[in-house]
Design a protein around this ligand. Sequence first.
Ligand code: ATP
Ligand code: MG
Length: 318
Amino acid sequence: MSRVLSGVKPSGKMTLGNYIGSFRNFSSFQDENETYIFVADVHALTKPIDANVLRSTTYDILSFYLASGLDPEKCVIFKQSDILEVAMLNAILVNYIYMGELSRMIQYKEHVQKNNGKEIGCGIFTYPVLMAADLFMYDTEICPVGEDQRQHVELAHDIARRFNSRYKEEVLKLPRSVTPKTGKRIMNLQDPSKKMSKSDKDDEQKGIIYLQDDEKVIRKKIMSAVTDSETEVRYDPVNKKGVSNLLTIYAAMKNIDIEEAEKEFVGSNYGNFKRCVADAVMEEIGPFKERFEKFRNDEAYLNKVFEDGASKARKVAK
Ligand code: ATP
Ligand code: MG
């Protein structure tokens, strides 16, 4: 039995990338481990966000967790901001990491680049420290995440090693990141050289599949995904980024290897291939969305899940 912890930020509408790379895999841990899954609402404050949107998205994420099969009887589901002890641990841990180390984080560097170096909040800079505080707070051993978060888990190791060696005791446990075999980094359909991200701007949304999109919209986004001037459906993430991304999505939805997916489309044209990808996505996302709606319409129940989860998580945190 291991301690497992992970979370998603309510920083925007959930994407297919979040689903495949992250929370779709959470429920597989709950039977045999002590699983802690949270909505990272404090992390969502690292970029400006409307208060009502934050509240509503927090409920959305919890509903998605429940729709994906997470069971509050089998795991602890809670809201990050309900556990005040994490803020204290964060205040301690910032002293165990250097500014140079934080400034080398890819997520931070990308944010600086996107904003031309202007108005860079300290929160986005120290983001990995708060993430480390969450990991250490619950003695996390396994952290299921997408590829982009692995660097942050590694940074948590540096913090733990420095802390433990200073006090000559193994106080902080080193968590191991676990990424899915297929789909650890789903790319934007319009610009397959960059990650599909929920907090991307309006003009980039054509390339993002939101789980709350209507079927028609999802199909349209997949059918107009950028590919290349060739005709062959082949996995080659260097030269055929768009096609490779669609193959990855297809394989993930069908729970098969990429090679197997590739074989299915030998001789197929791009139009037919995309239609099959859209079908595969809808086959899984369709029923999932119905379960989501059921939970989302019952805020009283969602509040209760959060309350129960907080009281369990708080005990460990204390
Ligand atoms: P933001 O743009 O606000 O950073 P995000 O879409 O990157 O949002 P996060 O809340 O930062 O989502 O990440 C939640 C989890 O989803 C993490 O484990 C992250 O690695 C994973 N994830 C995010 N985007 C993708 C993606 N495109 N492919 C696979 N996994 C992803
Ligand atoms: Mg992110």
